[in-house]
Design a protein around this ligand. Sequence first.
Ligand code: DP6
Length: 361
Amino acid sequence: MTEKDFIPSKPKVFIEAGKVGYKSPSNIALVKYWGKREGQIPANPSISFTLSACATTTKIQFKKLDSPSHGFTFDFFFEGSPKPSFRPKIETFFKRISPYCPFLTEYHFTIETSNSFPHSSGIASSASGMSALALCLMEIERMLYPGMDDDFFIKKASFLARLGSGSACRSLEGPLVTWGVHKEIPDSTDLYGIPYKGEVHPIFKNYHDTILLVDKGQKQVSSTVGHDLVNGHPFAEQRFQQAHRNLVRLKPILKSGNLEEFIQVIESEALTLHAIMMTGDPYFVLMKPNTLEIINRIWAFREESGSHVCFTLDAGANVHVLYPETEKEKVNQFIVNELVAYCENQQYICDRIGQGAVKLN
Ligand code: DP6
């Protein structure tokens, strides 16, 4: 499929007004997307676990305007209150997707959204937020163009979500989603995320992700600045090749359930993401002392207990602690006994691998 396939060509039916809603989860990348080209095209392919507990719920009411507007007309409510600071992000998103969704200028939208996790948790809400919004818009489009098939629906929703935030295109389905062209992943594309089709060992079923909130403040470095830093970075090309290799390495690991090797890939990816930031121009350290303390304690615990707990990081100080269902009791004890003390206000979120977004009635 190409971008052009997402521009509607058929005439649409008349709909005066309606209401749609979706709940969409966040995701955690195993092989990281870091670096992009013009038009939200990833510099390398990535793969993620879809999460379950961390999610955004978005409802949109839409009403036909008497005549099409020049810009976009919408009201935006976050957790029940108007949120003017979010408007520019939505304006930019609407502008970017309007060639693919021409109906955007024909309706007034009332958008209500809320997160299952605290806004000031340092957890990025762009993946869950943009995927929920994109799915709602596609639901409206499906009413306007009846007969749309499910395959087109989900691909275009992921395509639109990507234009809002790259990682958002991996949040619609589960439990594992890849995004970005890779020669060994059939049907892989830079335009949208696709469910991982390789064999997946049952050990990855119900995999846990306990998110330790080390720093609940605003991200020190925005994704935009971070991705930008990769352009012209001296190690960029090697990094992109490494991401391709790590995806190849993961395939047999996901199939066999070899957790020793899984840990090697996952932790290396996390540290590489941070290393790229540390060696950029300008350079940033995204970890906090407590991030490092947690990492060291995970390594020590693994050494002494034989556990398969491991960590990954996003572009911040919080730590995602990953472990299989079979080790749930042991690792939960360890988290409570040894790691929670390093979290801001001792806060953490228990999440696990999920199946993707759900439509609300
Ligand atoms: C470190 O998707 O937030 O989480 O496309 O600019 O919105 P934008 O970036 P974003 O970047 C996420 C980067 C990451 C790794 C990942 O999720 O793959």
